[in-house]
Design a protein around this ligand. Structure first.
Ligand SMILES: [Zn+2]
Length: 412
């Protein structure tokens, strides 16, 4: 990929895309390096980095499954991926810019006609730098469906078929696991779910605000029964959805709407620990989604069942107070799971090790190595960053990173 490197074009593209994304996110000052340079091998300078050594100390790589990894592409390589009108048209310049930015983060934008393959090749390449046993869990992404269970491609920001994620896990079993995405209102959804689990799906991913399912609806019950019987976790994006804009279904993302799934005995993982946005509390007041997630964790129905993934919590649009709480609450660590939200850690302006160090959450001396590491391997960068997070002596316990235990337990 780097053979086709064209610094001027990439810089222009990156500044365009980055400028739009940054101003939309309300950031005024853009750093000089907005674009991921897409290097591959770990530089010699980092091989002996004490920070990298510290990141892996006491961790069994075979127990580390990064449980939040997105597949992206354009559908140009037989993947069946569809990019919705919002993400591909200049009429929606912000979304268009976002897509270019995602592609840069996955280093797939310089491979015309081969973007789907280039994205996967890059991901495998990044996994090669990880110790044997480490795996990533690849997300399929369901379309938006209405209340009757009919799909609406025109309202879908993007679509990644289950078949594509399943095929990649089959083709590269030492590095990839896959996560199905299925709408529970579809006719035959429970049977499709059984088939996906029989085909190796380790979990199911929902993004209610973008896909249109209400986790509190009775229509979900047959789906929940299959998840509970097979022990298959349901990963649900809660809180405000910034990365993908769907229809006007934001309220479906409240953590409190997951009670129905928990009461049905389903293992639930709240993506990003609901670290962004606000939702309606039981008393009718609007509260931070993260507070509602903590409230739900404390309810007896959630014991043994409710988890949170720590992907994206280090992004600049999250409050440092959330990281402090998660580090301090070691009683919750057995219920937290490492996920990177790849390709987002590769989007340079989204995460700032220097800002985290200034907030007292990261050793200042680790910043330079982490910045360099990200240029070469965003997956390893995200893992090392979260391993090194520290607040007044509190770090995430190794259990947070040894995520395999939850996902390998499901059975068809
Ligand atoms: Zn995500």
């Amino acid at each position: 990929m780097s053979a086709a490197f064209n610094p001027n074009r990439r810089r222009l593209l990156g500044l365009l895309a980055g400028g739009a994304a940054l101003s939309a996110a309300g950031w005024s000052a853009a750093g000089p390096l907005l674009v991921n340079p897409c290097r591959a091998a770990i530089p010699v300078a980092l091989i002996d980095s004490p920070w990298l050594k510290q990141a892996w100390a006491g961790i069994d790589p075979a127990e580390v499954w990064d449980c939040h990894v997105h597949l992206a592409g354009l559908g140009d390589g037989g993947s069946g991926i569809e990019v919705g009108p919002q993400l591909s048209s200049w009429l929606h310049p912000l979304h268009y810019a976002q897509r270019l930015f995602y592609m840069n983060a996955g280093c797939a934008h310089e491979a015309p006609g081969k973007v789907d393959q280039a994205y996967v090749a890059r991901l495998l390449n990044l996994c090669d730098a990880m110790p044997a046993g480490f795996k990533v869990m690849l997300f399929a992404f369901e379309r938006f469906h209405d209340g009757k269970g009919d799909a609406h491609p025109e309202h879908s920001a993007f679509y990644v078929p289950n078949a594509w994620a399943a095929k990649l896990a089959r083709d590269f079993p030492t590095r990839f696991e896959w996560v199905a995405s299925l709408h529970p209102y579809r006719p035959g959804a429970a049977d499709d779910l059984k088939a996906a689990i029989a085909n190796g799906a380790r979990a199911v991913k929902w993004l209610p605000a973008a896909m249109g399912m209400d986790p509190a609806a009775a229509q979900c019950d047959p789906f929940y029964r299959v998840l509970a019987e097979t022990g298959t976790p349901l990963i649900v994006h809660c809180g405000e959805e910034k990365a993908v804009k769907g229809s006007d279904t934001q309220a479906y993302g409240s953590p409190l709407r997951l009670r129905r799934a928990l009461d049905a005995g389903v293992k639930v993982v709240v993506a990003h620990c609901a670290s962004l946005g606000k939702d309606l509390d039981d008393d009718g007041k609007i509260r931070p989604s993260f507070d509602l997630f903590l409230k739900l964790l404390a309810e007896p129905r959630a014991r043994e069942l409710l988890h949170g993934d720590i992907s994206a919590i280090t992004q600049r649009n999250r409050s440092p107070a959330i990281i402090r709480t998660l580090l301090e609450r070691s009683d919750l660590h057995p219920r937290l799971l490492h996920g990177s939200d790849y390709p987002l850690p590769g989007i340079v302006p989204l995460t700032s090790p220097a800002a985290l160090a200034r907030a007292g959450l990261l050793p200042k001396a680790a910043v330079a190595d982490l910045d360099l590491l990200r240029q070469h391997n965003p997956l390893l960068f995200d893992f090392a960053l979260k391993r090194l997070l520290c607040w007044q002596g509190h770090s995430f316990s190794p259990a947070v990173f040894q995520t395999r235990r939850l996902f390998a337990a499901s059975h068809a």
